[in-house]
Design a protein around this ligand. Structure first.
Ligand code: HEM
Length: 348
């Protein structure tokens, strides 16, 4: 029976729709697999770390805790702790919810869900980014390089989100798509940087490489063992004696051989290098992706122009800003048929 139906469908010009990718609204399997490739790491990473939101027991206390020494700042009340709570509490749900926005079937069939979820994601993203800026002065050692990378990624993320919102307010679906993709590719750099960070940490430990630490942070990593602190870092003598509580020392990178202080130094060095490389890879990568999908951009541009022209006609007919009553404005349902080929035009 099924084989008998196929030629009939082909003869009528209808494309038989099968498979998960069609159900989710992706026009081609390639687009579906690209979505899977980019969204899965973000969802997996965010879900795996949801328990970190409970800073004291998971992020600072659990078996997969933060990098050694970081919780010196996050476990005591202050700006760093508040910032980290805000960052994790907002950005992890945002990372999961953002992926839903890129599923064409959601945009096409549940436009209200796309809009509501979109506002939630943007709000959480902004809050999460504010959180980063709050803990940036001390995060991963707080070197100028580390601060610059964090501020750069935050700025790129926020600007892209802003441009995406601006695009949709102006009725430019093509711009909205491009800038939302950019925003989340930039944010995704935070995941790509991790394998690079570990590689750099390992390589840095092969040759003499050093990082500077406040003695109080080294003492924290050594669980308050002042005898070990003095034995391994004699330059912390004035800190131990109480003469200079802001004394710093130099730590040799040593990863991953069970030396917590050396590991922390190596991973901090890796963070700055990994962050810089990852954001460069993602910034170039998304431009290449947008270039490769330029046809989709053109298609959305045409739909945007058509929509705006229709809206303009409706306004001139009614003489008011309310376009809902006008028969000239295509309803989401009538646009649905028009957009079935690419799936992302029924946005707002
Ligand atoms: C938008 C730009 C972002 C920047 C600049 C940024 C920056 C940072 C920094 C510097 C830390 C390290 C804090 C420390 O250990 O001292 C951190 C931690 C963390 N961030 Fe972000 N982040 C961003 C986005 C994201 C996104 C999109 C997610 C996930 C959806 C995320 C999830 C996490 C998690 C789970 C941690 C806890 C530590 C860890 O697992 O390594 N961040 N972030």
């Amino acid at each position: 029976m099924a084989t008998a139906q196929r030629p009939a469908a082909a003869a009528s010009g209808a494309v038989p729709r099968r498979g998960l990718h069609h159900k989710l609204g992706f026009t081609t399997a390639t687009r579906f697999w690209l979505f899977v490739l980019f969204a899965t790491p973000m969802i997996y990473f965010s879900v795996r770390r949801l328990d970190y939101i409970d800073i004291d027991s998971a992020f600072c206390g659990g078996p997969n805790h933060a990098i050694q020494g970081e919780c010196y700042w996050y476990s005591q009340p202050g700006m760093d702790r508040m910032g980290m709570m805000l960052h994790l509490g907002a950005i992890l749900p945002a990372g999961i919810l953002a992926c839903v926005q890129f599923v064409p079937a959601v945009r096409r069939r549940f436009i209200a869900l796309h809009m509501i979820n979109g506002y939630i994601v943007v709000t959480l993203s902004v809050l999460g980014t504010i959180g980063v800026l709050m803990f940036t002065p001390h995060a991963m050692g707080g070197s100028r390089m580390t601060q610059a990378i964090s501020v750069l990624v935050c700025t790129m993320f926020l600007v892209a989100l802003f441009k995406a919102q601006l695009g949709i307010k102006r009725g430019r679906i093509d711009q909205h798509r491009a800038w939302m993709l950019r925003a989340w590719f930039y944010a995704g750099a935070i995941i790509t940087m991790r394998p690079i960070l570990i590689l750099v940490a390992w390589l840095s430990s092969k040759t003499p490489t050093y990082d500077a630490f406040p003695c109080k942070v080294v003492e924290y990593i050594l669980s308050g063992d002042q005898a070990e602190l003095l034995a391994r870092f004699p330059s912390c003598a004035r800190y131990v004696s109480g003469e200079d509580l802001e004394e710093w020392t130099v730590v040799k990178a040593n990863f991953p051989v069970g030396d917590d202080v050396g590991s922390a130094a190596a991973l901090r060095i890796g963070f700055a290098v990994g962050g810089a490389l990852a954001i460069a890879i993602h910034a170039i990568g998304i431009e290449a992706y947008l270039h490769a999908t330029a046809a989709e951009n053109e298609r959305l541009k045409k739909i945007s122009v058509h929509k705006r022209a229709a809206t303009g006609r409706a306004k001139s007919q009614t003489g008011s800003k309310d376009t809902k009553a006008s028969p000239s404005v295509p309803s989401p349902r009538s646009e649905k048929g028009q957009n079935d080929q690419g799936g992302s035009a029924v946005l707002f």
